[in-house]
Structure formats: structure tokens, C-alpha cells
Ligand binder design. Structure first.
Ligand SMILES: Nc1ncnc2c1ncn2[C@@H]1O[C@H](COP(=O)(O)OP(=O)(O)OP(=O)(O)O)[C@@H](O)[C@H]1O
Length: 507
């Protein structure tokens, strides 16, 4: 047969094949098409020395995105975006940078310990639509990994583990962190799957910007970092991977700020649990189950949320549910008894902290804050539950220097000496120092801001001296005066007037 005849025969065979294929695709039922495709694949893979592994975006009913797919996506986006020729661009977590990932049907090569592998991103359209799905049509995306059969062991035993580990780390680094809350009084619609609502967590606080003694700061950071790296240690000693922190101190000393700094340091989500909005222990447990790992569960002002004001003589550990369920709890200050309708009990809360459900998921911090640590039931805050107690107190000179640097970009100034002397004598919170350092007008220079602070410090010292020298009962005075400060202190000038009045009256 001549060459030209051979080409003609091959051309017409190919044309007939294409024609038949088109007819088949158009008229053949989908099931038959799939059957032919499967047969062809089987024949090809029987003779091929290559192995393929698929990672599908959704498994089963499409309700949950596959973790493996997400990890592969992150891994490929970081490792192959330089070699891929067609890329997809999406906004990154802070909407300021673009994240590039492989576009559909793109193929890239990766190398691991000298072994070459190929990744292809692909998708298939499913003609049927699941009644459970809210997607307009079933678009099934997947990544396909191809490698030579002789590297089967190395790929399945170590390369895939490497991809998953790196992918998860990249996802964690790039994820948008969230601040969750169980809004009080909010009725969750039955279709809503979660009891938490969330917003993006973007608090700028860090340990560097916190006014705290350097040694204390270092100790807390080390404790947190050690905890976050101790997965194996906790597993070895048979303890759930979680840690309790109790932050206590007067208002404005930085308890909430420290929680934000902790979350930023460890890149954790924050669950702000409003205990008074929780109906009962069952609901508390449900909320706990929904929290994810790498998170901080916060209960602020725990003394106001639970009635733990010292009537309890028994060790709370030993209390049974029957006993404690009778206790009315969940009362915020100012609310009428039972007004919040919460029936969370101490035993419910203890179960929340160290019951069997709290171990699920792991890598969680539970943080309680209070202004009155002495009011809390010792059982609630004993070591093992609240492992680390951190007292936040009035501003020291070290704390002031951090704030001066934050607010005024000052490391030193002639007025620092006066401030150092006064701050040792006055009880002033970091919040008050920060407020005084804040420029109040565009004309306020650092000197003016420091002078404002000196004035405030002198006033605080005066109030301090007054409190010590004046025989009136400070508490009583505060109760009588409607304009007391939130932290229970009277502004110096008012205290002076009250004191003088009393002295004049001879009371
Ligand atoms: N230690 C601190 N370092 C830096 N800033 C602080 C510190 N403490 C307080 N501040 C400033 O004061 C403001 C109030 O502080 P924060 O809400 O953290 O205090 P708190 O102890 O949680 O008060 P409360 O008990 O009333 O909730 C913060 O926004 C922050 O600007």
C-alpha cells in the first residue's frame, strides 16, 4: 500500500470514529457513555505504568468540603503557582493581596526526593442535581496526582503526608481568623446549622504593644508557645490538649487586650461565650461541641455570669448535677434574678471545662476574666482547670514606656523622670495612661500629652493620699455617690469634696 493511501485510510477511519463518538455523545444515554469511558480507562490503565490518585472537592452529599482537597489546593497554590501557565486569582485574607491558584485543566510538575509527579486540576459536570444541593448544577472539581508505579511506596507513604502537612500549615497561615459569639436573645432559625455567629477577627493588639512588665510578658508568651507545640506531650501524658487561663485585675488593666494578643500570637479563632445567653447545660455542651480547634473560648466577667459568690461550702468538684441544677445561675449584674433565663450550673460549667466533650478537637484555650477573683468558687479556678492565673494590675513605669512608644513614638523624654516618680505612687490603669497619652488635637505634641498624664497622675496620687488619711469609709462613700468610676474609685476632686464635707460635718 502506498503512503498516500495509508494516510487516506487512517484519515477516514479517524473521521468515522469521531463521527460515531459525536453521535454517541449526543444520543447515547449518560449511563452508557459512562460505561464506555470506564472501560476505556480500565484498558488504558491496565497497560499504563502510571498510577493516579484523585482528590475530590466534595464527597457524598456535598455538604462538607474535603479537607484533603483543600490541603492539596493550598499546597499547589504555594508550590506550583510559579510554574503553572494558567492561574486563577482570588482576593487574599485581608483583601489587599491576590492569591494565585492553578486554573482548571492546568497541569504542573512537582518533585519530591528526586521523584517527579504531575498534578492536574480538573472538573466534571454531573447531569443530575442532588435535592440536598443548593448549587445550580453539580460541578465536581478534583485534583489528579499521577506518578510512576515504581515510586508507589515513597508517594503513598511520605509524599502525600508531606503535601497534607504543608497544605494544612499554609491554610492555617492564610486563613481569615474569626470572632464568634452566641448572641444573647437571638433565636437560631431551625435551618441554621450553627449556634455561633461570627465576624472577621481583626484586633491589632499584640504582646509587643501591651503595657506589661517584660518578664511577665516573656513568661506568658513562652507558656502559650509551649502549649501550642505540645500536642505529643499532651497525648503522652493522657491529658486533653487544652489549657485554662484566668485573667484577673481591675477594669482597664488589659484583660480583653491580652486575649486579643493571645489570639494574634497563636493565630487562633476567638469564641466569646456569653454565658447569660445560654439556656442550660445542654445548650452549653452543644456550643462547646461546635467550637473548632486552634481557638480561645472566652467567658468574660465570669463572676457576673455565674452565681459563685461564696455561699457554696462544698467542693464543687463533688457536686452532682441534681444538686447544682437547683442553683440559679447566669445573672449579669443589674439583671433581675432569673431575668436572663439561663439555667447553666456550676457543674455544667465544670463539665464544659474538663468534661469528656471538652477533650474533642483539642488545641483550645479556655480563658476566664474577672475583676473580683476572690468572689469565685475555688473549685472553678483550681490548677488543672484554670492552669495559669495572670494578675493584671495598675500601670508600672515599664508599662508606661511601652505605651509612650506606642502612642507618641517616644523612648525617652525629660518628663519621664517625673512620671517614673509619680506612677510608683499612683494607682492608675494602663487604660487611663493610654487615654492621657492620646493627642486630643492636632496641636498636641508629645510634651503636651506627657504633661496631661502628669496632671492625671498627680490627681491620682492626691486621691490615694486622701483615701489613706481621711477616716471616712471609702466603700460607703462610693455607694452614696452616683458618679463613681467604673473601677470603684472616686475621681480625686469629688473624693476631696466629699471628704471635706464630712470633716466639716464632723461625721
Ligand atoms: N496592659 C495594657 N496594654 C496596652 N493597652 C492597654 C492595657 N490595658 C488597657 N489598655 C488599653 O485600655 C483599653 C481597655 O482595656 P481592656 O478592655 O483590655 O481592659 P479590661 O481589663 O479588659 O477591662 P474590663 O475589666 O473593664 O473589661 C484597651 O482598649 C487598651 O487600649
Amino acid at each position: 500500500m502506498k503512503m498516500s493511501e495509508m494516510w487516506t485510510t487512517m484519515g477516514s477511519t479517524l473521521a468515522s470514529f469521531m463521527f460515531l463518538w459525536t453521535i454517541m455523545r449526543q444520543y447515547c444515554p449518560y449511563g452508557v457513555q459512562r460505561f464506555f469511558e470506564k472501560c476505556t480507562h480500565r484498558i488504558v490503565s491496565y497497560f499504563s505504568p502510571y498510577i493516579r490518585i484523585s482528590f475530590h472537592e466534595y464527597m457524598g452529599d456535598r455538604l462538607k468540603r474535603s479537607e484533603a482537597y483543600a490541603a492539596v489546593e493550598a499546597y499547589l497554590s504555594a508550590n506550583t503557582s510559579k510554574s503553572a501557565k494558567r492561574l486563577k486569582a482570588e482576593m487574599g485574607k485581608d483583601s489587599s493581596n491576590l492569591v494565585l491558584t492553578m486554573d482548571e485543566y492546568e497541569r504542573v510538575t512537582d518533585e519530591y526526593e528526586g521523584v517527579k509527579v504531575w498534578w492536574v486540576s480538573s472538573k466534571v459536570m454531573s447531569p443530575t442535581r442532588s435535592p440536598m444541593s443548593y448549587y445550580p448544577e453539580q460541578e465536581k472539581r478534583f485534583y489528579k496526582l499521577t506518578f510512576h508505579n515504581k515510586y508507589r511506596d515513597i508517594i503513598t507513604e511520605s509524599y502525600l503526608e508531606h503535601v497534607m502537612r504543608e497544605g494544612k500549615e499554609i491554610r492555617l497561615r492564610n486563613r481569615q481568623r474569626k470572632l464568634y459569639t452566641n448572641s444573647p436573645g437571638y433565636k437560631w432559625p431551625s435551618y441554621k446549622q450553627t449556634m455561633w455567629s461570627h465576624i472577621v477577627f481583626e484586633h491589632p493588639a499584640t504582646f509587643e504593644t501591651m503595657a506589661l512588665e517584660p518578664e511577665k510578658k516573656k513568661e506568658i508568651i513562652e507558656d502559650l508557645v509551649t502549649f501550642s507545640k505540645s500536642k505529643d506531650f499532651y497525648a503522652r501524658i493522657g491529658k486533653a490538649w487544652k489549657r485554662g487561663y484566668l485573667l484577673h485585675g481591675p477594669p482597664g488593666t488589659g484583660k480583653s487586650t491580652m486575649i486579643a494578643a493571645m489570639a494574634n500570637l497563636l493565630a487562633y479563632d476567638v469564641y466569646d461565650l456569653e454565658l447569660t445567653a445560654v439556656k442550660d447545660n445542654t445548650e452549653l455542651r452543644k456550643l462547646l461541641i461546635e467550637t473548632t480547634s486552634k481557638s480561645i473560648i472566652v467567658i468574660e466577667d465570669i463572676d457576673c455570669s455565674l452565681d459563685l459568690t461564696g455561699q457554696r461550702k462544698k467542693k464543687a468538684d463533688k457536686l452532682s448535677d441534681e444538686e447544682t441544677d437547683k442553683d440559679v445561675v447566669g445573672r449579669k449584674e443589674g439583671k433581675e434574678e432569673g431575668g436572663s433565663g439561663s439555667k447553666v450550673t456550676l457543674s455544667g460549667l465544670l463539665n464544659f471545662i474538663d468534661g469528656i466533650w471538652s477533650a474533642c478537637g483539642g488545641e483550645r484555650l479556655i480563658v476566664f476574666t474577672t475583676n473580683y477573683v476572690e468572689k469565685l468558687d475555688p473549685a472553678l479556678i483550681r490548677r488543672g482547670r484554670m492552669d495559669k492565673h495572670i494578675q493584671l494590675s495598675y500601670c508600672t513605669f515599664d508599662g508606661f514606656k511601652v505605651l509612650a512608644n506606642n502612642y507618641l513614638k517616644l523612648e525617652t523624654h525629660p518628663l519621664f523622670l517625673t512620671i517614673k516618680r509619680l506612677i510608683g505612687e499612683a494607682n492608675i490603669t494602663p487604660a487611663d495612661v493610654a487615654e492621657n497619652l492620646m493627642p486630643k488635637s492636632p496641636l498636641d505634641d508629645p510634651h503636651k500629652c506627657l504633661s496631661n498624664l502628669i496632671e492625671a497622675l498627680e490627681e491620682a496620687v492626691k486621691a490615694e493620699e486622701l483615701e489613706q488619711s481621711c477616716p471616712i469609709e471609702h466603700e460607703e462613700l462610693l455607694q452614696q455617690n452616683g458618679s463613681i468610676k467604673e473601677n470603684g474609685e472616686l475621681p480625686a476632686d469629688q473624693a476631696m469634696n466629699q471628704c471635706q464635707l464630712r470633716l466639716c460635718n464632723g461625721t
